[in-house]
Ligand binder design. Structure first.
Ligand code: PGA
Length: 251
């Protein structure tokens, strides 16, 4: 049985002082929730302090990006093994901001996916269409291309050690959430396309919805049959809201 998951994506936000305040409140607010059902993906420089604050709590932690190579002359980059040094469990790969602002194509994302798994990290693979792609009927093709790059490279079985996040680009940070029905439709499509390769993998796969999930819309999104939780940007920076979303994501 797949389990629900709520993952916070802090993006490039935070400071030592703010993180402590936020996490103190999140630790208290999520007391008693299932261990590992909430995750925060934080900027690299804070991994060490976040690890100290979260070890022995119910909250897991991870990073927002990783390099596809294991080591070498790649100035400014961070490897999956380095993330493991800080006991990260998760890493986001292929976020739309990485794809659109930093030129990551689906092949590079698939290499990052594999590098993460090779180091024992659980990749959160982001897929999703732009508004223009949706309006011109290209949505299915775009999402299939993003998924197939990983399936071709890593095999469908690799998805049994991964999470997928469906994030329509037009809903990220815009306050325009996909309706539960719109999101469900795409989640079912994603699960269906994976089921054509392997039904068992598809049935057990956690598929998160991301894009303007807030405290007041999380419960109805997460109630849909193929939505297994959320990837949360803006609202993960507000303790009260993130805790409420984590609560909505309990099984
Ligand atoms: P948002 O971001 O919740 O602020 O829309 C989601 C994301 O980018 O993962």
């Amino acid at each position: 049985m797949r389990k629900k998951l709520v993952a916070g994506n802090w993006k490039m936000h935070g400071s030592l002082v703010q993180n402590k305040e936020l996490l103190d409140a999140v630790i208290t607010g999520t007391a008693g929730m299932r261990k590992g059902s909430c995750v925060v993906c934080v900027p690299y420089p804070y991994l060490s302090s976040v690890q100290s604050m979260l070890e022995n709590t119910q909250i897991a932690w991870g990073a927002q990006n990783v390099n596809q190579f294991s080591k070498g002359a790649y100035t400014g980059e961070v490897s999956a093994e380095m993330l493991k040094d800080f006991d990260c469990q998760y890493v986001i790969v292929g976020h739309s901001e990485r794809r659109s602002l930093f030129g990551e194509d689906s092949h590079t994302v698939s290499l990052k996916f594999t590098a993460s798994q090779n180091s024992g990290l659980m990749p959160i693979l982001c897929v999703g269409e732009t508004l223009q792609q949706r309006e011109t009927g290209a949505m299915e093709k775009v999402i299939a291309e993003q998924l197939d790059a990983v399936i071709d490279q890593a095999g469908v079985a690799s998805l049994s050690k991964a999470v997928i996040a469906y994030e329509p680009v037009w809903a990220i940070g815009t306050g325009k959430t996909a309706s539960p029905q719109q999101a469900q439709e795409v989640h079912a499509l994603i699960r269906g396309s994976i089921a054509r390769h392997d039904e068992g993998v598809a049935a057990d796969l956690t598929i998160l919805y991301g894009g303007s999930v807030k405290a007041n819309n999380a419960a109805e999104l997460f109630a849909m049959p193929d939505i297994d939780g959320g990837l949360i940007g803006g609202a993960s920076l507000i303790a009260e809201d993130f805790v409420a979303i984590c609560r909505a994501g309990q099984d």
